[in-house]
Design a protein around this ligand. Structure first.
Ligand SMILES: Cc1cc2nc3c(=O)[nH]c(=O)nc-3n(C[C@H](O)[C@H](O)[C@H](O)COP(=O)(O)OP(=O)(O)OC[C@H]3O[C@@H](n4cnc5c(N)ncnc54)[C@H](O)[C@@H]3O)c2cc1C
Length: 400
């Protein structure tokens, strides 16, 4: 019996992370006429570990998917910003964030997509994308030893960082490659690290986190996710895993490391198109991560929605001209809701990376003297930036 229900689909979504899973749900919910949608991923989306610290803004995340206690590890009331001399500055905002159990969240999204009529195949790898003579797309998909060739009118590429399936494909050369300003991030699941269950902690300093930051995120009261993302230049001479290990040993002598994980994060907003000839990119594969916070979950949901809506318009378009317009609109829509801000953040990234330990410490000491309820995120950033006029100049893209 054939592995797939059809040989030709209207839409094939490659990758079942938040971008692909959300696109699958949006497609089936929004389409007026029944369409055939196939979702494939080389692994089951609920397979642990998911290489992520799993923190999201509760308010923004909830606009896209209703959080459920079954897959929320914890609720957050704020952030501790910790300067290189370990001065902690608390930013408090009740119920501002969530720590997800992403594997379980993915499971719910995949179940919902299947309920809505999306054909889901996990543990299937897309090996090759090529253009068919009729202008549709052909996908070579491998499942164990079995190889299948399927046809589709639209492809949503949500395969995460790096242009795994679109690179070197004729017609798609101009597309964003999903590895713009790619940085390495590593984390350990550890016990024995003092932390607050209701806060995430972000740490700064040239010794371990130059160009990026470190983090301690709560999980279950016992274990934490402790990690770092560093500037590319710094991590070239400071291998991420051993740098993290050194930091943990020094800062938390009682810590017990249970496991190490890591992944790549494309940390820049590019100005390349994200769609062409019926191929739409979403999430990390379209470099949608926030260049400063390096968060990408909510961004993946937002861009998955745009990809799904554009795909539906594309399927009902009546001319090639209209299709090209829809493809261009995928990028302009993203730029309007988020990309323009990311572009400014990315331009200011070098300035932020040049804040010295002394300036961070000075800002932290100044902030520590302000009552907690008067510390806004803007005030915190302002204190860091205004610790040196030269940084303000470098960071002007945040403001203009
Ligand atoms: C260490 C680390 C910590 C992070 N912490 C946070 C955080 O706390 N908060 C936050 O918001 N963001 C965080 N991020 C970023 C966030 O994880 C990503 O931005 C987000 O996962 C992007 O979702 P996506 O759907 O675009 O891609 P992914 O989640 O990467 O999903 C891509 C999917 O495509 C599949 N795939 C790839 N190639 C193929 C193929 N050829 N065939 C079939 N399937 C394929 C993969 O198996 C994968 O399931 C972190 C990232 C890292 C690396």
């Amino acid at each position: 019996m054939a592995r797939y229900l059809k040989e030709k689909y209207d839409v094939i979504i490659c990758g079942a992370g938040p971008a692909g899973l959300y696109a699958a749900n949006c497609l089936q919910k929004a389409s007026a006429d029944p369409i055939s949608v196939l979702l494939v991923d080389k692994k089951s989306p609920w397979k642990e570990p998911v290489a992520c610290a799993e923190a999201v803004s509760r308010k923004i995340f909830s606009r896209y998917w209703t959080p459920k206690e079954e897959w929320v590890r914890g609720h957050l009331d704020g952030v501790y910003f910790t300067s290189p001399d370990m001065t902690r500055v608390e930013y408090f905002q009740a119920d501002c964030g969530l720590i997800l159990n992403r594997a379980a969240f993915h499971h719910e999204m995949a179940d919902k997509a299947a309920e809505l009529g999306v054909e889901c195949h996990f543990e299937d790898t897309v090996e090759k994308l090529s253009r068919a003579k009729n202008g549709h797309w052909k996908l070579k998909i491998r499942s164990g030893k079995e190889e299948s060739e399927l046809e589709t009118r639209v492809v949503i590429d949500a395969t995460g960082p790096g242009a795994k399936i679109t690179r070197h494909v004729p017609g798609l050369e101009a597309l964003e490659t999903g590895d713009f300003d790619q940085e390495a991030a590593v984390f350990a699941i550890a016990t024995g690290i003092p932390h607050s269950r209701r806060h995430i902690e972000l740490l700064f300093g040239e010794r371990y986190f130059a160009g990026g930051y470190g983090w301690v995120f709560p999980r279950d009261g016992e274990t934490v996710n402790v990690g770092l993302v560093g500037g590319r230049k710094f991590l070239k001479t400071h291998p991420p895993r051993s740098t993290l290990e050194k930091f943990i040993r020094e800062a938390y002598p009682d810590a017990k490391i249970l496991a190490f994980h890591g992944g790549a994060i494309p940390c820049g907003q590019s100005e390349h198109p994200t769609a062409a000839y019926g191929v739409f990119k979403a999430g990390d594969s379209a470099s949608t991560v926030n260049p400063i916070s390096r968060s990408g979950i909510v961004e993946a949901l937002k861009s998955g929605k745009i990809a799904a809506e554009c795909a539906l318009q594309w399927l009902s378009a009546s001319s090639e001209e209209e299709r090209r317009e829809i493809e261009n609109s995928a990028y302009t829509r993203w730029m309007k809701i988020q990309g323009k801000t990311h572009l400014n953040y990315h331009r200011g990234k070098d300035g932020f990376a040049s804040v010295s330990d002394e300036q961070f410490n000075k800002a932290a000491h100044r902030l520590a003297s302000i009552p907690v309820h008067k510390r806004s995120i803007f005030r915190i950033f302002w204190a860091v930036l205004s610790s040196s006029p030269s940084i303000l100049w470098k960071m002007k893209s945040f403001f203009i």
